[in-house]
Structure formats: structure tokens, C-alpha cells
Design a protein around this ligand. Structure first.
Ligand SMILES: [Fe+2]
Length: 272
């Protein structure tokens, strides 16, 4: 076992709000900034930072505009994707480099022996009220097929990132707005023996699962979490528990994902 770790930091569900607003009394931008400073001080050797969707709470231009300065001095390259609280056009107006040639916010990048495939599971058609479930259209699935083939050709193991978990979690309100066509994803990943792990957000709680025979890790938000009340509740039920971020290590033949809490708990179950 060598001393060098190929390492990436993962933040999901930032939920940045407009200036002066809070979520259950928490300031999402302050919480994310605290988490990012915590991560950078302890892991300055990280090669990538991934923001795994729900960058904002409402998808508003001013929310993305508030996030951008918080990232401006970050010395580590940042990749972003969408969540159900984002709006793709507003996100890419502030982060234009995030837009891929197909018009989605997804990318492939290398971390040591790994190829990280970051999928865009956003499913908003622009005509209806904001919908919160995820979906991978034919264009995005074709991109995934191409990237899985390219990774195999390059001799890379793959870790897949997507905001919406492709499996139920026991939180019914969240499971109702999961990845709507999870089977399309899992069928492809199951058929690709070089895929090692999935990393997701969306739920706002640390969860370990398996789906389609693959391990799934779901990470907490740096801000508000879902209370540990299985079954009942709404997707807006939130609790002030410590915020967290993920630390992905690409070791030889092994993928390790740590979670690190960086803020102390207080308060009861609340609803935003
Ligand atoms: Fe979220």
C-alpha cells in the first residue's frame, strides 16, 4: 500500500438560497463555505472537487451568482452537475464550462486508475412546475454507453456519479422522486464489469446500498439533512444535523468513500 492517494472531494445538495434567506434557519452558502474551507485545509492534495447537484434551492440566477464567488479562489478543479433543485440554463449561464456538446451538464474525468463519469439526471421540461424526479434521456444514455466503452478501452475502472439514487432508500417521499428510469442505468452498469461504484446525493443522509449488483453510496448535504424517520414524511422534512462532504480515494483495485462531518448538531425536525 503506497502513501499516495488519488483523491477527490464531493459536495452534494448545497441548496444555495438568495441573499438573506435561510433553510430551517441555516444559511446554505455559509455552511457550504465552511465545509469547503474544512475540506481544503485537510485535503489540499485532492485532485478534483465534484458538486453533485442541487447547487441551489430554486435554480435562480441570483443563487448561482452567489455560489460562483465562493468557488473563485478554490485551487482544485471543480466539476458540477445538476439536481432536482437546479435549472440547467441558469446553472450553465454562470458555469458555462459545465455544458457538454449535447447540452447537458455531465463530464468524464480521470482520478488515478479511475474514470469518473458524472451524469446529469435533471428532468425538467420547462413547461410544468418544477419536477423533482430524475431521468436519463436517450442522448445521455448514449453518452454513458460511449464513455463506458472508452473507459474499457483505456483500461480504466469506473465510478458513476448521479444526483438521483437508482434505488429506494426507505424514505418514501424521496423514493417517489428517485431516478425514474433507474433500470436503464443499472442494466448498462451491470453489463459493464469495470464499473465499481455509484455515488449519489438527493436524500440528504449517509446511506450505503446496492443496486443492480453495484455498491451505492449516498452522501449528506453540507446544510440540512432528512430526519431519520423512515416511511412517512415529505421531501421537505429537514433537520439541523452536521453537514458533511465525501472523500473518494482511488486505491489499487479498491474504491474508498469516506464522509466527513464538519458542523455540530442542534435542533429538532423542522419543515422548510
Ligand atoms: Fe437536495
Amino acid at each position: 500500500m503506497g502513501e499516495h492517494f488519488d483523491k477527490a472531494l464531493i459536495f452534494t445538495d448545497l441548496h444555495i438560497v438568495p441573499e438573506g434567506e435561510t433553510i430551517i434557519g441555516l444559511d446554505p452558502l455559509a455552511r457550504f463555505s465552511e465545509g469547503l474551507a474544512h475540506a481544503l485545509s485537510r485535503h489540499p492534495d485532492a485532485q478534483h472537487i465534484i458538486l453533485l447537484g442541487d447547487l441551489t434551492h430554486n435554480g435562480a440566477p441570483e443563487e448561482y451568482a452567489r455560489l460562483a464567488p465562493a468557488l473563485a479562489d478554490c485551487p482544485i478543479p471543480i466539476s458540477v452537475t445538476t439536481g432536482n433543485h437546479d435549472l440547467r440554463d441558469n446553472l450553465t449561464a454562470v458555469f458555462p464550462d459545465a455544458l457538454d456538446p449535447d447540452g447537458f451538464v455531465q463530464t468524464a474525468l480521470d482520478l488515478g486508475p479511475l474514470r469518473l463519469l458524472i451524469l446529469d439526471t435533471f428532468d425538467y421540461d420547462g413547461a410544468a412546475p418544477m419536477e423533482h424526479d430524475g431521468y436519463l434521456c436517450a442522448t445521455r444514455l448514449a453518452w454513458l454507453d460511449d464513455e463506458l466503452a472508452r473507459a474499457a478501452k483505456d483500461g480504466k475502472d469506473v465510478v458513476v456519479f448521479c444526483h438521483h439514487p437508482p434505488c429506494p432508500t426507505g424514505f418514501w417521499a424521496m423514493d417517489a422522486i428517485g431516478l425514474a428510469n433507474a433500470d436503464a442505468l443499472l442494466t448498462r452498469l451491470h453489463a459493464a464489469p469495470h464499473v465499481r461504484h455509484l455515488v449519489c446525493g438527493h436524500i440528504h443522509r449517509t446511506i450505503h446500498a446496492s443496486a443492480g449488483g453495484l455498491p451505492v453510496s449516498i452522501l449528506k448535504s453540507p446544510c440540512h439533512q432528512i430526519p431519520m424517520i423512515l416511511g412517512q414524511g415529505t421531501f421537505q422534512d429537514s433537520i439541523d444535523e452536521p453537514g458533511a462532504y465525501g472523500i473518494l480515494l482511488a486505491l489499487k483495485d479498491t474504491v474508498v468513500l469516506h464522509t466527513e462531518d464538519f458542523a455540530l448538531s442542534s435542533g429538532d425536525v423542522q419543515r422548510y
